[in-house]
Design a protein. Structure first.
Length: 421
């Protein structure tokens, strides 16, 4: 007998919620077969069988919270050991058959009992009818006496009083039955109650915690996307043919952020107690909207990657996020985050920090707007608002503003990104 144990789920994850069992008790499984899916704060994880056999016990059901290291079921011996007890288990059925022959059900049914009882009491009923004529009894009482074979001359008026509780029960229930439609007719608006997923609860708690603990502030700027759009238009076909991936916006923004982080390293730091931990690496988190909620997979060592490598990383991570196949390692250790609300049409927003990081850049919708080129000329340009939220505890306002201005300058001069890369 081997227990099914909740494995280590990753750094800082101590529990999860069973999303779905793919097996049931009595199923045969082979080593490596997926037994269940477990939802954690960050990703969903499939738990596989460590050995072959038969699922003999499932201790925790769908929707229950389980802890790392907890036994949630067990796998017994394979078919050879499990088949032996199966035969005796089938034998009790014939043993139960005599009980069925005895037909206890008709004994319990009032209708079945009443008919023989009435037949057997027919002689008594006849004498009861004659006696009832001379007794001062109501017509209802005499009718019950005939039906139940009761001698009114011996019992007096008792039979009339005895059945009273049976009559009272429907009288009491009738108003309740009538009141239900009345309540249903009231102006009650339809609602739907659904428990939040573990990931949604975690997202909610972390966002509230980030706003509660950090001195969060947001600064804004705008970037002229003309140069990037022109470069993509001229190079996208050749870029795709060479690298088998599209040249998107995220590689430009990732490179611009890395260049600005090198110039302003406190945006690439975090607070640990009373210490400032400045990171000498550039692992950039890219926020992705998935079905179960927002996740932030990380592009590792973005400063060392080419544009094509960044794009491939982002495509792969976004695909895994949407198919719910991200690993814990894909989400850990980011140093700065980029989020793009523009893909949903957002024109301007204030992103919330992805703690313990102290900086997050918000991209927005590219919109054609009239821009003053000089004192005389106006042109329509593809403009995007940028938002930088930062932790004012260690990042001063002037540093945050200059960081964002640096990002803007690098994006408006894509050739500078080649130098930075």
């Amino acid at each position: 007998m081997a227990e099914i144990i909740v494995p280590e789920l990753g750094e800082s994850i101590s529990e999860g919620t069973i999303t779905k069992w793919f097996v049931k008790e009595g199923d045969s499984v082979n080593q490596g077969d997926v037994l269940l899916e477990l939802e954690t704060d960050k990703v969903n994880i499939e738990i596989s069988a460590d050995n072959s056999g038969v699922v003999s016990r499932i201790a925790k059901q769908d929707g229950e919270v389980v802890l790392v290291g907890e036994a949630i079921g067990s796998i017994g011996e394979a078919a050879g050991g499990a088949a032996a007890p199966a035969a005796p288990a089938a034998e009790p059925a014939p043993v139960a058959a005599p009980a069925a022959v005895a037909e206890p059900a008709p004994v319990a049914a009032p209708a079945a009992v009443a008919a023989p009882a009435a037949a057997q009491a027919a002689p008594v009923a006849s004498s009861a009818i004659e006696s009832a004529a001379t007794i001062n009894a109501s017509p209802a009482a005499r009718k019950r006496a005939r039906e139940q074979g009761i001698d009114l001359s011996a019992q007096g008026q008792a039979p009339a009083a005895a059945p009273a509780p049976a009559v009272a029960t429907p009288v009491k229930s009738a108003p309740l039955t009538q009141s239900e439609p009345a309540n249903a007719g009231k102006d009650v608006k339809p609602t739907e109650r659904k428990r939040m997923s573990r990931r949604r609860v975690t997202i909610a708690n972390r966002l509230v915690e980030a706003q509660r603990t950090a001195a969060m502030l947001t600064t804004f700027n705008e970037v002229d996307m003309t140069a990037i759009l022109d470069l993509r238009k001229r190079r996208k076909q050749a870029f795709f043919e060479k690298n088998d991936v599209n040249l998107g916006f995220m590689s430009f923004f990732t490179k611009a952020v890395v260049g600005a982080l090198k110039a302003f390293p406190l945006l690439n730091a975090e607070i640990d107690g009373e210490d400032i931990v400045t990171k000498k690496f550039y692992d950039i988190g890219i926020a992705v909207s998935a079905k179960e909620g927002l996740v932030v997979p990380v592009v590792r060592d973005a400063d060392r990657l080419s544009f094509a490598e960044i794009e491939k990383n982002i495509v792969e991570l976004a695909g895994k996020a949407r198919s719910n196949t991200l690993a814990i390692s894909d989400l850990q250790g980011g140093s700065f985050t980029i989020t793009n609300g523009g893909v949903f049409g957002s024109l301007l927003s204030t992103p919330i920090l992805n703690a313990p990081q102290v900086g997050i850049l918000g991209m927005h919708k590219i919109q054609i707007r009239p821009v003053a080129i000089d004192d005389v000329r106006m042109e329509n340009r593809p403009m995007m608002y940028l938002a930088l939220s930062y932790d004012h505890r260690i990042v001063d306002g002037s540093e945050a503003v200059r960081f964002l201005v640096t990002v803007k300058a690098l994006l408006e001069d894509p050739e500078a990104l080649l130098l930075e890369g």
